[in-house]
Design a protein around this ligand. Sequence first.
Ligand SMILES: *[C@@H]1O[C@H](CO)[C@@H](O)[C@H](O)[C@H]1NC(C)=O
Ligand SMILES: *[C@@H]1O[C@H](CO)[C@@H](O)[C@H](O)[C@H]1NC(C)=O
Ligand SMILES: *[C@@H]1O[C@H](CO)[C@@H](O)[C@H](O)[C@H]1NC(C)=O
Ligand SMILES: *[C@@H]1O[C@H](CO)[C@@H](O)[C@H](O)[C@H]1NC(C)=O
Ligand SMILES: *[C@@H]1O[C@H](CO)[C@@H](O)[C@H](O)[C@H]1NC(C)=O
Ligand SMILES: CC(=O)N[C@H]1CO[C@H](CO)[C@@H](O)[C@@H]1O
Length: 448
Amino acid sequence: MEFDQIIKLIQLKFENNVYLIIIPIVLLIVTISFIISSFKKPTINTTPSPSPTTSSSLNKKNKKKNPSPPLQSTATTITTKLNQQKQYTDTPIPSPTPTTINNTIASPNPISISQPTIQENKLFFKVFRGGDIIECIKFSEDGKYLSFCGTERSIRMYLFDSLINLKIPQSFNLQLPFDNATCISWGNKTLYATLNESQKLVSYNILDQKSLQTGKSYEEGFSVNLETKSKIKSICSSSQSPYILTCSGDDTILKIFNLKGQIIQTLNNGQIKNYMAAMTQCGRFFAIASFSSEVKIYECIKKKDGSVSECKRVMSLTGYKTCIYSIDFSKDGMKIITSSKDSSIRLWNLNVNYKLEVDPECTYSITSEIGVIELIAISPDCTVFAGVNQTTNVIGFFNLSNGNLIDSVNLGNNHAKVNSIAWSPDSKYLISGGNDKLLYIWSNPKKL
Ligand SMILES: *[C@@H]1O[C@H](CO)[C@@H](O)[C@H](O)[C@H]1NC(C)=O
Ligand SMILES: *[C@@H]1O[C@H](CO)[C@@H](O)[C@H](O)[C@H]1NC(C)=O
Ligand SMILES: *[C@@H]1O[C@H](CO)[C@@H](O)[C@H](O)[C@H]1NC(C)=O
Ligand SMILES: *[C@@H]1O[C@H](CO)[C@@H](O)[C@H](O)[C@H]1NC(C)=O
Ligand SMILES: *[C@@H]1O[C@H](CO)[C@@H](O)[C@H](O)[C@H]1NC(C)=O
Ligand SMILES: CC(=O)N[C@H]1CO[C@H](CO)[C@@H](O)[C@@H]1O
C-alpha cells in the first residue's frame, strides 16, 4: 500500500480531523530524520556554514590536511586549531597546496575525514591520510595516543581525543632513520618499535602534553640490533611489564629485552613458524600463536628488584588440529581467545593451577560465522571481541561470553586488506587499518 493511500485511509476514518493526523505524522518524520542524522559522525557540520557550500564541504575533506591550511576556511577557530597542530608536529609533512576548491582535493596526499559510506551505523568515520600501507596500530594504555606505522618513514601519533572530537586533530610523527616500522608497542610513556630493514628494536620517550606544547613531543631512546633476518611478527610491552618481547616469524625466535634494551633471554618456540605473540597487561604471561596446533604460554619470573630473571613455558592450549593464527588475552589476564585455520574460535580459562600442571580449560569452541579469523582482539571491558577475515575483509564483532556474532562490517575488496586492529582503552571504538592506507574508526556495536 502506498503512503498516500494510507494517509487517505486515515483521513477517511477521521473525517475532518485532518490536523489531528498531520501533526503527529510531521512529528514522526522529524524524529526519524533526527535519529538518522544522529547516526552520522557528530563532529561533521550538518548546519550549513554562512560561507558558500564549497567551503563547508572542503573543510570536511580537509580536516586531516596537515600543515597546509584549509583553503576556504572562514572560521577563525580553524586557524587556531591549525596553529595548535603545528606545535604538535615535529616535522611538518610537506603537502602540496591543493589547487581547487571543489569537493575533490587535487593534492596527491589527501588527509581528511569522510562521512560514512559503508555500514553507516557502525563506521564512526574514516581517516584519509597521506601515508602508505598500515601495518600495526596500537593505543597507549591511557588512550591518549593512537599510534600506527607501516610503509612510511615515520610512526604516526594522533591525540585520540582530538581525532574524535576536533576538526583538526593534533598529531605528530616519530621520524625513523631511513627505515619503516613493522610493529609497535607501548610501555610506560614509551613507544617501542621494530624496524624493517635494519632489524632494530628502538624506543622513543613520549613527552607529556606540556612538553608537547613547547614543540618537542618525543626523545629517542635506545636502539639495538635484533640480530635476526626473519620478519618480526609482534612486539609486546606494557607499562607494568619489566621487559619487551619480540617474536620473529620464520626462525621462531622470541627475544626478551629489559627496558634499557639489553637482551635478557632468547627462546626458540620451535613451532615451524610464529604468527604472533600476545602478553598479559602485567607482563607475567605471554603466549605464541604458531604454525603448530599448540599454543605455548610462558611465565616470566620477576626478581626482587622488579626486573625479569627468566621466562619459561608453563601452560599449553591443546586440542587443535590446525595452526593458530591469532590470540589475545583478556585485560585481567584470566582468559585467552584463539582463532585457528579450521575457522574455530576458542575461549580458554587461564585461572587454573598450572603449577600442578593443570592446563587451561576451553570455555567454548565455536565455528566463526565469518570464516577463518586471522586477527582477533578482545575489548578491554571484556564484553566483545573483534575478528578479521583477511580474505573477505569482514570484521566481526562477537559476544565474548558465548561467541555469538553481534555485528559485522565488510570492507570487501582486496585493496582493503586489514593488517591490524586495536580497541580504544575505553572499548568504545575499534580501529582498523591496512593496505588501503586508511584508518577506519568503528563504533563498538555494544556501545551504540
Ligand atoms: C571544480 O569545479 C568547477 C566548476 O564546478 C569545474 O569546472 C572543475 O572542473 C572542477 N575541478 C575539479 C578538479 O573537479
Ligand atoms: C619490509 O621490507 C621488505 C623487503 O625487505 C618489503 O617487501 C616490505 O614491504 C617492507 N615492509 C614495510 C612495512 O616497509
Ligand atoms: C612510569 O614512569 C614514571 C616515571 O617516569 C613512574 O613514576 C611510574 O611509577 C611508572 N609507572 C609504572 C606503571 O611503572
Ligand atoms: C574468509 O571467509 C571466507 C568465507 O567464509 C573463507 O572462504 C575464507 O577462507 C576466509 N579467509 C581465510 C583466510 O581463510
Ligand atoms: C552476550 O551474551 C550474554 C549471555 O548469553 C547476554 O547476556 C548478553 O546480552 C549478550 N550481549 C550481547 C551484546 O549480545
Ligand atoms: C628502507 C625504507 O626506507 N623503506 C621504505 C619506507 O617507506 C618509504 C615510503 O615512505 C619508502 O620510500 C622506503 O623505500
